[in-house]
Design a protein around this ligand. Structure first.
Ligand SMILES: N[C@H](CCC[C@H](N)C(=O)O)C(=O)O
Length: 281
């Protein structure tokens, strides 16, 4: 190690874990090769997504920074709810503020403190469709040919999701069906896949196969997509809903007035460290 390594912070939202690199003070290109190396849980640090905190971009007026996101397989991510809470928390701690605007590829998002280590993020508009679906398909009833995704709901939260509503989310062979759905040719950029069950009036259980990361313990945009899908199919009322993930619970509210989806949940730092040059091809 030559001492020219890159400092990082290991963070997570309900176990959906990230390596966060602040590139505002020192150059660090977020590349596919670096994401794959750093995300490797044996030879790298290990994470679901690699996240960079970059200087703000002019297209996001008032933003404090831009957040770059890559999946463990190096793929580009437009939106990442759990990571947004983590980075927003860092920036609010840094600035001593209770609110912050973050730029992402999906657009600017507004975050605010919601408690000691809890953050609420306005993730922007969530819609039942996906830009690439053609007009003759009903995004509320998509048949992807793989049960239970033979009657799925396509939801965009800035990144693409397909949600299957089932009686028992625990009973789905997500490791089997997830990769097939992720690579379905209806989604040229691939897609995140969620299975959702209604546990109670305001409580959903959700499991996720994430595009480019596989099964993760939580997915913030996935939880948003799950609520949008369940409301759109009349499974739950349009009201603040708790989503129970493998790693814990998020509070999601798909706001009536503007179709924005609000997500509230915890953030945590596990450790800080220095990326050795060998991880930086
Ligand atoms: N875990 C993230 C979602 C990452 C989605 C990523 N797998 C994609 O390719 O869109 C979240 O908390 O929203």
């Amino acid at each position: 190690m030559t001492g020219r390594g890159i400092p990082f912070r290991k963070m997570h939202g309900l176990g959906n874990d990230f390596v966060v690199v602040d590139t505002r003070t020192r150059p660090f290109a977020l590349t596919t090769a670096r994401a794959v190396r750093i995300a490797d849980r044996r030879t790298g640090v290990g994470c679901d997504q690699l996240v960079t905190i970059e200087p703000p971009r002019p297209e996001h007026p008032g933003s404090a920074a831009f957040m770059g996101i890559r999946n463990a397989d190096g793929g580009v991510v437009e939106a990442c709810g759990n990571a947004t809470r983590c980075v927003a928390h860092l920036l609010m701690e840094e600035a001593g503020t209770d609110t912050v605007i973050l730029g992402t590829l999906a657009g600017p998002v507004v975050a605010r403190r919601a408690g000691r280590d809890s953050v609420r993020v306005d993730m922007g508009r969530a819609t039942v469709t996906d830009a690439i679906l053609s007009a003759e398909r009903d995004p509320r009833h998509l048949d992807l040919g793989q049960p239970p995704f033979t009657d799925a709901v396509a939801v965009s939260v800035g990144n693409p999701h397909v949600v299957a509503i089932v009686d028992d989310a625990e009973a789905v062979d997500l490791r089997g069906v997830g990769p097939i759905v992720e690579h379905h040719d209806l989604f040229p950029d691939r897609v995140n896949a969620e299975v959702v069950s209604r546990r109670d009036a305001g409580l959903l259980r959700m499991r996720v196969w994430e595009r480019g990361a596989g099964i993760t313990r939580a997915c913030g945009t996935g939880a948003c997509a799950a609520v949008v899908a369940a409301v759109s199919r009349g499974v739950i009322a349009r009201a603040p809903t708790t989503v129970a993930l493998d790693g814990g619970r998020l509070l999601i509210d798909w706001r009536d007035a503007d179709d924005h989806v609000l997500m509230t949940g915890p953030v945590a730092t596990a450790f800080t460290g220095v990326l050795d040059e060998s991880l930086l091809p």
